[in-house]
Design a protein around this ligand. Sequence first.
Ligand SMILES: [Zn+2]
Ligand SMILES: [Zn+2]
Length: 242
Amino acid sequence: MLKDIVKGLVDLVYPKICIVCRKKLNGKSSVDSLVCMECWVKIKKNLPPFCCSCGRHLEKNHFTKHVCPACIKNKLHFDRAFSPCVFEGVLKELVHEFKYKGKDYLGRSLSRLMIEFIQEYNLPLHYLDLIIPVPLHNARLREREFNQAEVLSNHIAATFNKKVLTNNLIRHRPTRTQIELDEENRLLNIKGCFSVKENRDIKGKNILLVDDVLTTSATSSEAAKTLKNAGANIVFVLTLAN
Ligand SMILES: [Zn+2]
Ligand SMILES: [Zn+2]
């Protein structure tokens, strides 16, 4: 009761605003008192049919192939990737705030989109032994203070009662932002940048690799390749957006 009164007073002095549109939030029609519903419903969902490799929406003229043209050209090392959203508009802004503005608390709302996707499409989480967040290089982790992939992984793991394994898959050199590079240089940029510390924790395991965005598939594919080389059985990838 007293807590509610104090909270009410704080809200009066510092009214909460939507992270995206900066409009004043009215408690009930917001997501976790962070984003207004008007903004939240603008998040573009990734809709089926999905490419059986990278998980992106398949355009009509590719329906019969099950795999998108990019994945026919470049074989990816994970077994399959999934993403609930498209990386644009509101979601792009939210990911930016989450990753670069230190708003780790946004992870709860954002991970819910991933959790709902798992439930809606019945992703076979019961087959999976481990969740591994795509690691950041130490220098970047110090700068950012948290690994956004780990925050998302922890929420997903708590919902589905899974184990999160960190500090085993290691990123041992920082990589330039993939967005700035063309396809060939993206692959070179990322090649050999991951390693596994203890193969025995990976061997024979079915793994869900989690990251925030599947910008190109190069990072997840390289991480999956490293896990497979260490003996992983299945590697699925789940990102918030693609
Ligand atoms: Zn808004
Ligand atoms: Zn594809």
